[in-house]
Every structure is written in C-alpha cells, then in structure tokens.
Design a protein around this ligand. Sequence first.
Ligand code: 16G
Length: 250
Amino acid sequence: MRIDKSSPIPKYHQLKEIIREMVEQEELKEGEMIPSERELCERFGISRMTVRQAVMELVNEGVLYREQGRGTFVAARKVQQPTARLTSFTQDMRERGMEPSSEVLEVEVEGAGPLAARRLGVEEGERVIRLRRLRLADGEPMALETSHLLYEVAKGVLGRDLAGRSLYEELSAAGVEISRAEQSYEAVPVSEEEAALLGVEPGSAALLIERVTYDAGGRPFEYVRSTYRGDRYRITATLTPGDRVWRPPH
Ligand code: 16G
C-alpha cells in the first residue's frame, strides 16, 4: 500500500484509506497502538501535517481513538448502523458520494435563549456562539443548520473559515473532543424564508434533526437544529436484534 503522489486524491485521504484498510484486514488490531507520526511520515514519504490530518479525521470518524499522553489506538469495530454513528455533515455527504460545502449566514456571540440554555444545561444568557449555515451537497442546498455552541468550549473556532471547512474538524483542531450526541427527528414543513434558502416551495416536507453533542468530559456543548430537504435527504439504518427477546407485558 503506497501513496500515489501524482494522484488528484489528496494524500491525507489516501493515507486514511490505507489505515482503514489495515484496520479492516486486522493488520492493525482493535486496541493496538498505531505507528507514530514520525514512522508514518517516513514509511509513506509524506509530511507530518498530512499524517495529522488523516489521523484526526479517523479519530473523528471513530476508527481510531486517542489517549492523552499514550498514543492513538484502533477503536472497536462499529456495527454498520449509519444512524447510530456520530458524523458531521461533511462526513455524511462524502459517504453519500457528494461534495459538501457551506455558506455561513450568521455567526454571532450572544446570550443563550431559553431553549438553547435548557438543552445545553446552562443558565439563560450564558455566552454561546450561534452559527447559521446553509449546507450544500454537490453545490445544491441540502440543509439549513443553526448551531449553538458554548462559547467557553468552542471559542477556538471563531475567526476560522467555517464556509470551506468542517466545524467538527475545526473543533477537533482546537482541542475539543466529541464523545457522543443525542438526536431526534421530526417531520416539518419549511417556512417561506427556509424555502427561499433551500430552493424549494414553501410548505414542502423537511426533516428537522435536533442534536445535542457532548465533549469528552460529558458536557453538552453543542445544540443544533438542522432542517434537511425532504426530497434530497434520507436516513437508512441497519438494525440488529437486541440481546433480549421482546415479550408482550402480562
Ligand atoms: C451535522 C450535525 C451538526 C454538526 C455538523 C458539523 C446533524 C443533525 N447535525 O450536520 O450537529 O454541527 O454536522 O458539520 O447531523 P461539519 O463538521 O461538516 O461542519
């Protein structure tokens, strides 16, 4: 497995695929430490930055995990259940074979309103970053997303290019580790304003997804409402039987 420097596929992406394949083939086993940054640089003849980006994304995708001061290890294999995986919009679209992009509509530091405060478990008025983005896939609107991020946790992303980049990658670069999220789904009609931005008729069907995301310390730091176009977005899940057999109550 080598990195093809003449390929248009970015080198970090090629390295990701190589590491993924090594995990798949169990050349790197669950719980095993992956080679150091330096070893990877030497073995594949690439820069440290390239290695870092590949490893960071694999950590975000849950293929690898980091332990402070120890190293980076191979995570337990995931059950194929797309809805149960914590992905960013960027990853989600790439996995669907589409190219993600965004338009930043608003970025504001403000006091949390009652709903955001309740979801984030803070007092009303606590400082949050409100980020509203139009999310596109292959250049066409896919979703409208409003994130409320705890200022204290996420301030590192202010001033970063959030139009061209992934919020989750920027958070990770700023040292925020994402551990889990809770999410709900609801069918809603789009408002006139949303319709104009999404390029659909007012009143058309959309999927409202609400997410609360927790950092490694178990603290909720992100509350997001995303309105996905019903005609473009679909969720699939692989369901496996639970450990217990369901029996009707007596
Ligand atoms: C997803 C998440 C959202 C997160 C965003 C980050 C849902 C419903 N929401 O859209 O919570 O902020 O990804 O995406 O899945 P990014 O890293 O591509 O900016």
